[in-house]
Write a protein that binds this ligand. Sequence first.
Ligand code: SF4
Length: 93
Amino acid sequence: MHQQSQPHSIAKSSPRTWQDLARCVTTHVNPDTFFELAPEAKKICARCPVKTNCLDTALEHSEVFGVWGGMTVAERNRLKLERRLKFTNAGAS
Ligand code: SF4
């Protein structure tokens, strides 16, 4: 588990950021949900107004644990690979 990097923890130390609008913060959901119950976490993320910010941050920091932006680490890795391939293919043409 890597609670330090979860949006809920970030919001406490950095007020007035996108994290303040995070649904996992505003609904006071148990942070463990994002590490132990992916289907539940994804339901919460699906209605989060800052889902894109969250996903971008997770990708930028290569988060290897938990659901961020509605995606598991496997889904984020797949997305990164797809983006890399798209970028490579765009450069080849
Ligand atoms: S997308 Fe999910 S993990 Fe990210 S801030 Fe929103 S509710 Fe929290």
